[in-house]
Write a protein that binds this ligand. Structure first.
Ligand code: PLP
Length: 358
């Protein structure tokens, strides 16, 4: 039986992507060869890489605006380090907004490079909201933020206006909502939450911000090298890139980000309405900062946990246990999760209430 997969990442991808990716493992483009056994320099794979890079810019509305899309390795976690390496000047300064575990991970990696200014943090409240009143030092080499806090279930609904370059970790909400992406100078995202399998990281970079740090950057960590080599500095993760391309094509065929955004809004509205209505659950984070991708909620009475868990498991729901640092439940509603799956969860929550209240 196919599960209703609420996993936070790696996570659900479209069924047709699973099918096409499986086919390419057996026979890629009717070549008689598997995608796993061909050269990454072959014409067929270079075409995959080129189309994936172009489609990223097209979907984000960044074509012809001085941006490059790269498919790298090392996960979003390596970008925590590549960002300061490439952007922070020697004895420079970077500004960070601390909205959760991933944001603070990024701060930690930047510290050895220079001064890191934490412009605001919601750590004291276990990251249940997005700080909004803060100022970014005008002399910072860049400002770093995390658009969606996967673990805590908060999401930035607006971004600060600033003259310093803006870097954003969009790992868990890239391609899920329309934004003016040209306000960002670097966007990065591990593939495994809305784009493809683990193993590749998308980096979208405005070329004009590069080459200014004055640092000697190892080639493998240097964005300019990866741009010059068209994401083929070394062997790329071919299967992860190919599967990401399939997801990007799926998204384009659906009508792009604007179309999926509507679906994501409906899914989130359906689930949050039930969290608010149901007398047995509490939401975890500030209402205005609720994430449309990862909804966190807890039981009012922990003694009911066994009953609730048995119900959602019986309904074929998978992956809704909360992260260990938050507890409770987390329902991740990435692009590929159908609204029917959300309805199944909502029905289970109602059934649970009827059972307990009688
Ligand atoms: C998952 C996640 C990361 C870490 O990604 P890796 O690819 O595992 O390094 C970083 N930031 C955010 C917002 C995430 O959701």
């Amino acid at each position: 039986m196919k599960k209703h997969n609420y996993s936070a990442g790696p996570c659900i991808l479209p069924q047709e992507v699973f099918e096409k990716a499986s086919q390419a493992i057996l026979d890629f483009n009717n070549s008689g060869l598997s995608i796993l056994e061909i050269s990454h320099r072959s014409k067929d794979f270079v075409a995959v890489m080129d189309e994936a890079r172009a489609l990223v810019l097209e979907l984000l509305g960044l074509e012809g605006k001085g941006y490059q899309a790269l498919f790298l390795q090392g996960g979003a976690s390596l970008e925590f380090l590549m960002i300061p390496y490439n952007l922070m000047k020697i004895e420079g300064k970077a500004a960070y907004l601390d909205t959760g575990t991933w944001a603070s991970g990024a701060i930690k990696e930047a510290k050895p490079f220079g001064e890191t200014v934490i412009v605001a943090s919601s750590k004291e409240s276990n990251y249940t909201f997005i700080p909004k009143d803060y100022s970014i030092p005008a002399d910072a080499d860049y400002f770093h933020c995390t658009s969606n806090n996967t673990i805590f279930g908060t999401q930035m609904k607006s971004f600060p206006e600033t003259n310093v370059p803006v870097v954003c970790d969009m790992s868990s909400d890239i391609f899920s909502r329309t934004l003016d992406f040209s306000k960002f100078d670097i966007i990065y995202a591990g593939a495994q939450k809305n784009m493809g399998p683990a193993g590749t990281t998308l980096v979208v970079v405005k070329e004009e911000v590069l080459g200014k740090s004055g640092r000697t950057i190892p080639n493998i960590l240097n964005y300019e090298q990866h741009i010059a080599k068209e994401s083929m500095y070394n062997t790329p993760p071919v299967f992860a890139v190919y599967t990401s391309l399939l997801t990007l094509q799926w998204l384009k065929n659906k009508g792009g980000i604007a179309a999926i955004e509507k679906e994501n809004e409906s899914k989130a509205a359906l689930l949050y309405a039930e969290i608010d209505r149901n007398s047995l659950f509490n939401g975890v984070v500030a209402t205005e900062d609720r994430s449309f991708m990862n909804a966190t909620f807890t039981l009012k009475n922990i003694e009911h946990q066994e009953t609730f868990d048995a119900l959602w498991k019986a309904a074929g729901i998978s992956g809704i246990n909360g992260h260990r640092s938050v507890g409770g439940y987390r329902a991740s509603m990435y692009n590929a999760l159908p609204i029917e799956s959300v309805q199944v969860l909502v029905d289970v929550m109602k059934e649970f209430e009827n059972k307990i209240i009688k």
